[in-house]
Design a protein around this ligand. Structure first.
Ligand code: C2E
Ligand code: CA
Ligand code: CA
Length: 459
């Protein structure tokens, strides 16, 4: 009898141990990835499904590998256990904490939306900043966090975990502490791959369209130019706005084909307007990849001359962030472009980098205030301050200012009071199919800066 009881106890212990290995992390004794998957599968399982939202944060400890090299095996585990304990403490019982690999933890929080998940990430960063005392030495740790949200990003365990991992990858790559999953930046997103494949064909199939949005001089009320904006007329999805595909295309070499298409279409449009006696410059958007292309200047010149066009007919809109991909090359290219006579715009001003020193080293002509500030300037005092300060800054540096997002009369009037030079926005007009631009102009009530060949104003 005694022997039998012992046998059963040993078997139970062995079973328990196997279970522990299967579901718990050896070093931290926290649930492992399998347990987390199980936890999420139970949450997502019918009939309950996901009752509300779930946020999954994947946390990668920075510096852990280096620190671990200086510690014994046991001390490394001790540090991981201390990290696990801090994370649990931070969550105050609201979350399932697991250790999914050597220096990686994951937390699932029921009811968490993007805001709450980000707040939790901030708390975790703060908790990790207090040094950990291991073997008499204080170690400070940092972390990157990737966040995926159910049901927005999926409602099964495997998808949410994969997307949280991808967000973590995006955080590490961009050097940001915390990133919420963005399908547009997911290199493994099948929809993204399909769209890129289709875009390749769209170029040949002639599905891209040039749209133009007018820019108006606020003092005179004259139309002084247009911005070239792309639209994709997809045979099954209809008109696709650039926000849905340009960010994807920009990550690939295909952006050169898009820029070339817009360049040629814009030059042709300019020529067509000139034939009608309307001498308006048109500004195209350049992506970061365009600016680090060593052949950019030559290509622009070559394309212009093949149409018999001049650099003064074109503006080039460049975002702040693209200036920093390869600053030396970019400054060189922009200087050449400026000398050739292209008008250079800083696009989305205020949304990229905090340092303004580039304004001193670059031959920029115009600053464009991002619509996120302009559109909020009536109800949000801080946004209004940013708009006002940007106008003053630009003028003090001898630059012109265009405000995007002049969406209504109130905004237009405020911009006028603040001395903003030009406005672009729905109050004036949305982006129009290029061929509708002149008919719109004639009935719009706005004047045109350059007169018709006949010498008459256009309205
Ligand atoms: P962006 O260069 O900042 O262009 C301005 C965007 O703001 C346009 O959106 C325009 O329609 C919109 N906008 C202007 N005024 C208003 C307003 O009053 N209210 C609102 N709600 N929106 C206004 P769109 O055409 O959807 O373009 C979005 C972005 O896509 C552009 O932002 C640009 O970054 C990119 N994009 C568009 N066309 C091209 C292109 O040919 N090449 C490149 N590289 N990027 C492009
Ligand atoms: Ca632009
Ligand atoms: Ca802009």
């Amino acid at each position: 009898m005694v022997g039998f009881v012992q046998d059963v106890t040993e078997a139970r212990q062995a079973e328990e141990q196997t279970r522990n290995f299967a579901y718990y992390d050896k070093a931290t004794h926290l649930p492992n990835r399998t347990s987390l998957e199980q936890f999420l599968s139970d949450l997502f399982a019918p009939p309950n499904g996901v009752n509300g939202q779930v946020g999954v944060l994947t946390i990668h400890l920075t510096r852990f590998r280096e620190i671990n090299f200086t510690l014994s095996h046991g001390e490394g585990d001790q540090l991981l256990r201390a990290v696990g304990a801090r994370i649990i403490e931070t969550l105050e019982g609201n979350g399932f904490v697991s250790c999914v690999s050597n220096s990686q933890f994951a937390v699932a929080i029921k009811g968490a939306d993007g805001g709450r998940a980000t707040e939790t990430a901030q708390k975790i960063f703060a908790a990790l900043q207090t040094p950990f005392l291991i073997a008499g030495i204080n170690y400070g740790l940092g972390a990157h966090v990737g966040i995926a949200l159910a049901p927005t990003h999926g409602n099964d365990a495997a998808t949410i975990l994969r997307k949280s991992d991808v967000a973590l990858f995006q955080a590490k790559q961009s050097g940001r502490a915390c990133v919420i999953y963005d399908p547009a930046r997911d290199p493994y997103n099948p929809q993204r791959l399909a769209l890129i494949g289709e875009f390749r064909k769209s170029l040949l199939a002639g599905e891209l369209r040039l749209y133009c949005q007018p820019k108006v001089d606020i003092r005179s009320g004259n139309i002084v130019g247009a911005e070239a904006l792309v639209r994709w007329e997809h045979p099954s999805y209809g008109l696709i706005s650039p926000d849905q595909f340009v960010p994807l295309i920009e990550k690939t070499e295909l952006i050169h084909a898009l820029t070339q298409f817009m360049l040629e279409a814009s030059i042709q449009q300019c020529i067509a307007w000139r034939r009608e006696g309307v001498f308006l410059p048109i500004a195209i958007n350049l992506s970061p990849r365009n600016l680090v292309e060593p052949t950019l200047v030559h290509n622009l010149q070559h394309t212009l001359s093949s149409f018999g066009a001049e650099p003064e007919w074109l503006g080039l809109e460049i975002t702040e962030s693209s200036l920093f991909v390869d600053p030396q090359l970019t400054i060189k290219e922009l200087n050449s472009l400026s000398k050739l006579g292209f008008c250079l715009y800083i696009d989305d001003f205020g949304t990229g980098y905090s340092s303004l020193s580039y304004l001193l080293s670059l031959p920029v002509n115009v600053i464009k205030i991002d619509h996120s500030f302009t559109m909020r300037m009536i109800e949000d005092k801080k946004a209004a301050t940013i708009v006002r300060s940007t106008i003053d800054l630009a003028h003090n540096l001898g630059l012109q200012v265009v405000a995007e997002g002049a969406a209504n009369k109130e905004i237009w009037d405020s911009l006028k009071l603040l001395g903003c030079d030009e406005a672009q926005g729905y109050y004036i007009s949305r982006a129009l199919p290029a061929q509708e631009f002149l008919p719109w102009m004639q009935r719009s009530g706005f004047g045109v800066a350059r007169t018709l060949r006949s010498g008459q104003s256009i309205h």
